[in-house]
Design a protein around this ligand. Structure first.
Ligand SMILES: *[C@@H]1O[C@H](CO)[C@@H](O)[C@H](O)[C@H]1NC(C)=O
Ligand SMILES: *[C@@H]1O[C@H](CO)[C@@H](O)[C@H](O)[C@H]1NC(C)=O
Ligand SMILES: *[C@@H]1O[C@H](CO)[C@@H](O)[C@H](O)[C@H]1NC(C)=O
Ligand SMILES: *[C@@H]1O[C@H](CO)[C@@H](O)[C@H](O)[C@H]1NC(C)=O
Ligand SMILES: *[C@@H]1O[C@H](CO)[C@@H](O)[C@H](O)[C@H]1NC(C)=O
Ligand SMILES: *[C@@H]1O[C@H](CO)[C@@H](O)[C@H](O)[C@H]1NC(C)=O
Ligand SMILES: *[C@@H]1O[C@H](CO)[C@@H](O)[C@H](O)[C@H]1NC(C)=O
Length: 620
């Protein structure tokens, strides 16, 4: 069998040699590299052409050992296929195809990192021509997710050497992954004495790589907001991949460069009594700096916040916040000016009230010292009487008297106000306010109530009396407008005249009331109240002197007539009053009432009353 095959081959070769007269030429084509993940299966193809045709070739697979030698792992010819014993691939390779179609594929299963070798496919033609090709097997392992860890402590800008910023790590990759540091999206490059990137690579027993990279930097204040991260790049079959870590920031300690201090509350203007809150901000963040707030006059708080309660104008001033670097003892400060607005109590001039005479004029002022524009209004009895700080009272009358209140407000501040009062008294003789009725008709034994309202300052003394000289007890009270009201109650026993006399240092005034006792309605009721019978009120005081003179003349004439009548009767020896009295009564009652009033001194009245019809019986 074997002999027959061999003889066939030999015949074939002879034919070939005759035909071309040369040795056969074998060409092998292979990929440069085959890339595959660890644990997967690698297929390394070997393509060849031979001038002998593709049948009957000897095909062998080798790999190149670490020391550079060829190690055969497979042999195949037209009669046999043989996997070399005792190599790392003995159990893991298979070769597909017979080579009859010019292609043979070496399959390596469960590829290991150690399999990353160069494989050689050698094809030997029948006629002793040989060709070979090589393929490198590349093995890959995707690393785990990279991690980043930033330093937890702050970094001072004063550090002399680069300080550690953080560490990135990526584990179990193959081939070795690279770590690149980024700051704010820009790759960080090592720079002498300023930036150091120190990588360290660990090869695991499995052959995988773990890579760490530590970044150190000299930091500046500007770095305080920087964000750092790492990018890991690694190869995968057919390409390059990268992943990024999360971001880290760092705490940079730097000395202050600016200090600001301000009034946090209240916002806007400050007034006495407010509580104010001063805040200080220092842009530095050195761990050890001393912050304090102080005032020009030396008041000092070792704090970055101060609350001043119930401030007064004395709290106005410049407040300075100072930050002292505990390392260098360098100071840096900022200041703010605080102004506390005030409104002093209102001062009224004249101070202790004022007394005016009727017709006099007065200018009073009301002032309140304030740091702000003020607005003054004068009130009397709740009504606005004048605007502005001065109050002018012209032609004083009793109505002028009273309490004036000046209210000083600060329009800028609601509720900031002060007030004071001025008491004005107007001196003048009493003025009795004309009573509605001065004539009353009352039944005997009734009570009559008479009232007299008097103005005048100083408060007048009011005295009541009757025509027969009796002094009456009065009750008096003064109302809010300074009007004194004096009231008497008298029991009516006969006709009489009552006088209300008011006087003070400046003069006097009087008014009289006529009470006529009537018989018609003799009520037993003694507690009855007065019923006024309105008649024309007459005031003595108001009468002109002409009338008085005329009245006096008439009186004298009447007296003369009376005298002559009496004399005539006396002469006749008939001194009996009946008829004469009747005449007199008629005459008098027909005359003006005033006549009698004016002449009513006690004696005269007695005479006249005596002749008056109504009372006559009692006299006798
Ligand atoms: C062997 O080759 C044949 C045809 O070329 C193909 O169908 C088959 O999948 C191959 N087997 C392996 C293990 O590569
Ligand atoms: C890693 O860096 C080296 C040197 O710069 C470079 O040759 C290599 O290709 C890089 N590897 C990756 C996975 O980027
Ligand atoms: C990063 O900044 C955030 C706020 O911006 C802060 O909460 C966090 O603590 C900072 N992290 C570090 C590591 O400084
Ligand atoms: C505020 O201070 C003033 C004196 O400056 C004092 O009279 C007043 O009682 C104080 N008010 C309060 C609420 O403490
Ligand atoms: C307040 O600060 C200003 C500069 O901001 C400075 O010119 C002034 O002298 C300071 N005043 C005091 C009292 O420190
Ligand atoms: C009261 O006034 C009247 C009228 O002026 C007068 O006649 C009388 O005497 C006065 N009485 C007293 C007590 O002053
Ligand atoms: C008061 O009455 C008398 C008579 O009784 C009268 O003469 C006099 O005019 C009256 N006076 C007034 C003011 O009415």
């Amino acid at each position: 069998m074997a002999t027959r095959d061999t003889s066939f081959l030999l015949i074939g070769l002879l034919v070939l040699f005759h035909t071309w007269g040369a040795w056969a030429n074998v060409e092998v084509n292979m990929e440069d590299r085959v890339e595959v993940y660890r644990g997967e299966m690698a297929q390394i193809a070997c393509m060849f052409t031979s001038s002998d045709g593709v049948g009957g070739n000897v095909i062998q697979w080798f790999y190149v050992t670490r020391t550079g030698e060829r190690q055969k792992i497979y042999y195949q010819d037209s009669t046999m296929k043989d996997v070399e014993k005792g190599t790392p691939f003995t159990d893991r390779i298979s070769v597909n195809g017979t080579g009859a179609n010019g292609e043979i594929v070496l399959t390596v299963s469960d590829v290991q990192l150690d399999d990353e070798l160069e494989f050689i496919c050698v094809v030997k033609a029948l006629t002793d021509g040989t060709g070979e090709g090589r393929t490198k097997l590349k093995v890959f392992e995707t690393p785990g997710s990279p991690t980043i860890e930033g330093v937890q402590t702050g970094i001072s800008v004063h550090e002399e050497n680069p300080s550690k910023i953080g560490t990135c790590e990526v584990k179990h990759g193959y081939p070795k992954p690279n770590i690149t540091w980024y700051r704010n999206k820009t790759p960080i490059h090592a720079a002498q004495d300023v930036v150091k990137v120190v990588p360290s690579i660990t090869t695991e027993s499995s052959g995988l790589y773990s890579v760490r990279s530590e970044l150190s930097m000299k930091v500046m204040k500007e770095d305080k907001d920087d964000l750092f991260y790492c990018e890991v790049t690694y190869f995968v079959p057919g390409g390059l991949r990268m992943t990024e870590t999360s971001l880290i920031n760092i705490t940079v300690y730097y000395p202050s460069t600016a200090v600001s201090v301000w009034v946090e509350s209240p916002k806007g203007e400050i007034k006495e009594g407010d509580s104010i809150e001063l805040h200080c901000h220092v842009d530095g963040n050195k761990l050890f700096s001393i912050i304090s707030i102080s005032k020009e006059d030396g008041v000092f708080w070792e704090n970055k916040m101060v609350v001043l309660e119930n401030v007064s104008r004395l709290d106005s001033g410049v407040y300075t916040c100072t930050s002292t670097d505990a390392d260098t003892w360098e100071d840096i400060s900022g200041n703010t000016t605080v102004f506390v607005n005030y409104l002093d109590p209102a001062v009224v001039i004249p101070k202790d009230g004022v007394e005016l005479s009727l017709g006099e004029e007065l200018t009073a002022t009301c002032n309140a010292l304030s740091s702000l524009q003020t607005h003054t209004v004068w009130f009397k009895d709740g009504e606005k009487v004048s605007m502005g700080h001065s109050l002018n009272l012209k032609d004083a009358s009793f109505d002028t008297a009273g309490t004036y209140k000046c209210v000083v407000t600060v329009p800028e501040f609601e509720g900031m106000e002060t007030s004071n009062t001025l008491n004005v008294n107007v001196n003048g003789p009493p003025q009795i306010i004309e009573p509605e009725f001065t004539e009353f008709e009352k039944s005997f034994e009734d009570m009559v109530e008479l009232s007299c309202d008097v103005r005048g300052y100083p408060a007048p003394t009011v005295m009541w009396s009757t025509s027969d000289g009796k002094i009456l007890d009065a009750k008096s009270k003064t109302d809010a407008e300074g009007v004194l009201q004096s009231v008497v109650s008298i029991k009516v026993t006969s006709d009489f005249t009552a006088f209300c006399n008011a006087s003070n240092a400046f003069g006097m005034d009087a008014v009289s009331f006529n009470i006529t006792a009537t018989k018609h309605t003799p009520t037993p009721d003694t507690t009855t109240t007065s019923t006024a019978i309105p008649t024309v009120p007459k005031r003595i005081r108001k009468e002109g002197s002409g009338v008085i003179i005329a009245v006096i003349i008439i009186c004298i004439l009447l007296l003369a007539i009376l005298g002559s009548v009496l004399y005539f009767l006396y002469k006749k020896g008939k001194l009996c009053g009946r008829s004469g009295k009747q005449d007199l009564t008629k005459e008098v009652s027909s005359k003006d009432n005033i006549v009698v009033e004016m002449k009513s001194d006690n004696t005269e009245e007695a005479v006249l009353l005596g002749v008056n019809g109504e009372k006559q019986p009692q006299h006798n």
